[in-house]
Design a protein around this ligand. Sequence first.
Ligand SMILES: Cc1cc2nc3c(=O)[nH]c(=O)nc-3n(C[C@H](O)[C@H](O)[C@H](O)COP(=O)(O)OP(=O)(O)OC[C@H]3O[C@@H](n4cnc5c(N)ncnc54)[C@H](O)[C@@H]3O)c2cc1C
Length: 433
Amino acid sequence: MSWDFETEPEFQEKLDWITEFVREEVEPLDVLFPGLEFTPLSDELRAIVDPLKQRVRDEGLWACHLGPDLGGAGYGQLKLSLMNEILGRSGWAPIVFGCQAPDTGNAEIIAHYGTDEQKARYLQPLLNGEIFSCYSMTEPQAGADPTLFTTRAERDGEEWVINGWKFFSSNAKTASFLIVMVVTDPDVSAYQGMSMFLVPTDTPGVDIVRNLGLGSEPEEEGSHALIHYDNVRVPLDALLGGEGQAFAIAQTRLGGGRIHHAMRTIGMCNRAFDMMCERALSREVSGGLLAEKQFVQGMIADSYAQIRQFRLLVLHTAWEIDRYQDYRRVRKDIAAVKILMPGVIQDVVLRAIQVHGALGVSNELPLARMLLAGPVLGLADGPTEVHKVTVARQVLREHRPSDDLWPTEHLPKRVAAAREKYAKALEHAVGNL
Ligand SMILES: Cc1cc2nc3c(=O)[nH]c(=O)nc-3n(C[C@H](O)[C@H](O)[C@H](O)COP(=O)(O)OP(=O)(O)OC[C@H]3O[C@@H](n4cnc5c(N)ncnc54)[C@H](O)[C@@H]3O)c2cc1C
């Protein structure tokens, strides 16, 4: 019997180091250089960020989502969860630790499906933190249902020619290369007829038409690109994995990506929760501290319970991934995590805003900005509804229909069955009356 919630003391020491390092050294970058995380480092930033990355490397904590063969610690998903819930408190921390989305997922699929040449060209600089990458899948007319994608690659001699539009390709403007999902064979089902290509962003025909921002983000800060692939020519060896393998590759990528988002979401929730508690203990209203008012206590208790519940599911799912080494086997729980994620962050941040009053919605606290994380996490990597469908389908596979008109738990049916089972004893009991 092994059922253990304890963290090994040696790893706890690492977590303590990360907590202190992120708070003292990295969180200041969030206020000094907000939104510059995915911009190639200027000389000024390099002088600050490179030594921080080196300290992370010296601690053996660089790119921990990867195995030792690729320069990571090979910690697995459970330890990564415990790390990521600390890193999730800060926008810059994942960059400083070399485990930021979407580069983590992109690195994983190149490591898994890439040729030696592709690994040398794209993976190594990505892992070194020298370049950024972009995953270009969603289209203006279709997102949740990839079978409706129309961007096409056609073979022309020794090249593939890509034509079509992609939407919300995050970080395309600073990425060195794009991983593009396209139709290569329209005559078979989308599950067999789509492929992935590695396309350098400066390839002629890659036209970033504009960058969308989130909420009221100014246009120049937007980082989700609308891209026109206009006769983009790439060599045959730009294909990632085999022809027709895009769905399998996407599943590998998104399985890991979703659970990593969830881990960081715990960090964000904890940050808003800590802010709420501090404010409750600091602010006086109507003859007492906010912390003494039952409505506020209710908000704190509900938030605590929601975060604990969510965290346990994330950690357990991470443990399952480590145990089975197969994202498909854990698909149901990854989808369940994905369903809960937007609600938990939204509830906790909304309560934290409420407890802070007007200051909470102002631009002098990070809460109003964090509020957008709820809807964003309900869409990115697939909308909540689609994950609900996944969970329901998987759950229903484990159940069977009733074998007659009445449900199995129908009491008259159960009473009749129970009477029949114990008929002899019951006859005897009746006889004795
Ligand atoms: C911040 C952010 C970053 C992103 N980054 C990237 C990126 O880097 N690369 C990339 O390719 N994409 C990216 N996306 C796009 C994301 O993957 C899509 O938004 C998502 O797949 C949903 O597609 P859509 O927006 O076209 O919505 P639609 O497909 O139009 O769906 C709209 C709504 O319809 C409902 N719906 C859809 N399908 C079903 C169903 N089967 N049953 C019931 N209801 C349904 C849901 O409520 C859904 O929200 C990003 C999105 C966000 C918000």
